[in-house]
Design a binder for this molecule. Structure first.
Ligand SMILES: [Zn+2]
Ligand SMILES: [Zn+2]
Length: 314
């Protein structure tokens, strides 16, 4: 595939077809294919990291008895996520705002600081988006698949509904990119590697408590609390990279050293079929808009109110 110039073919086809809607479709297809190719090479590296983490999971699992089926299913969700998600995000890539091209490239040290600032900016926006996902049924409908995983492990971050990709590209990733600009390949690579590393690591089935570092970096135990089935963990630890955001905004739950709860949700089975998963938002959202039962993860209570209910003052 490396030798095929899709952009060139698209340009040739476009000039042959002439201007109009057909040109837009052909050039859009070329962008989609280019995005797929970039994602494939990035994912090859990510999957190597997953394989390494899976080997470690076998030695010191937080939860014993996980099989291969769940992992294979999650990789299947990844394929759907990439193919449909990248198709859906293509118009935004082509016609959405681009980061400032005037921003000068930076060296490795500055790039390191910039990468952390970039991840913090992403996590700040993601924190509020994530809280909204747990609060509003229309957003929970596309987040539920991720939470339905009853066997949290290194493949779980790939278990994401495809509509998350365009929604997060617009609401989460683009604001940070517009704020900090494109500062060269070292910066871009750092953000990519950093975000993948956090996502894979924080879902790992490791019996690993980070102790005092838990507030600084999101580890497997802190994020497992977010995925927990237990009521005392509901709507806690929303940050994906930096848990001090949860402390700042009142949703932090500090796990005790041996606290590794079971995960999953009641509304959707962990092994639900791909057809069921694919159709679920298209069914539950209209039901919710029509006043029916569209479940949200959260109650309407704030974390502080929830805490007061669990520990009522006398
Ligand atoms: Zn969540
Ligand atoms: Zn997660």
């Amino acid at each position: 595939m490396d030798g095929i110039d899709f952009e060139g073919i698209a340009a040739g086809l476009a000039s042959w077809i002439g201007s109009g809607p057909a040109t837009v479709v052909v050039s859009g297809l070329a962008t989609w294919v280019a995005l797929l190719r970039t994602a494939t090479s990035t994912l090859a590296v990510a999957l190597a990291a997953v394989a390494l983490c899976t080997a470690i999971e076998l030695f010191a699992p937080a939860e014993r008895g996980q099989g291969a089926r769940g992992r294979i299913r999650n990789l299947g969700h990844l394929v759907v996520f990439q193919v449909l998600g990248l198709a859906a995000v293509t118009p935004w890539i082509r016609y959405g705002p681009a980061p400032s091209p005037a921003a000068p490239a930076v060296g490795p040290v500055e790039a390191g600081i910039l990468v952390m600032a970039h991840l913090l900016a992403i996590d700040f926006v993601y924190y509020w988006y994530h809280r909204a996902q747990h609060r509003f049924p229309v957003l929970w409908a596309i987040h539920e698949l991720h939470h339905a995983d009853a066997e949290l492990n290194a493949t779980s971050s790939f278990r994401t509904y495809w509509l998350e990709l365009p929604v997060q590209a617009v609401l989460v990733v683009s604001p940070a990119m517009l704020l900090l600009g494109d500062r060269g390949s070292v910066h871009a690579l750092g953000v990519l590697v950093g975000s993948y590393a956090f996502l894979i690591f924080s879902h790992c089935n490791f019996r690993l408590a980070l102790g005092p570092l838990s507030l600084l970096l999101c580890g497997p135990q802190v994020h497992r609390i977010h995925h927990s089935r237990l009521p005392e963990h509901r709507d806690r630890n929303f940050a994906q990279y930096f848990p001090f955001l949860d402390r700042l905004f009142g949703t932090w739950y500090a796990p005790s050293p041996a606290e590794f709860p079971p995960t999953g949700v009641d509304g959707l089975a962990s092994d639900a079929s791909f057809a069921q998963v694919w159709m679920r938002p298209f069914r539950s959202v209209p039901e919710g808009l029509a006043g029916g039962e569209a479940p949200a993860r959260s109650s309407s209570r704030t974390p502080r109110e929830s805490r007061a209910r669990r520990h009522p003052r006398r």
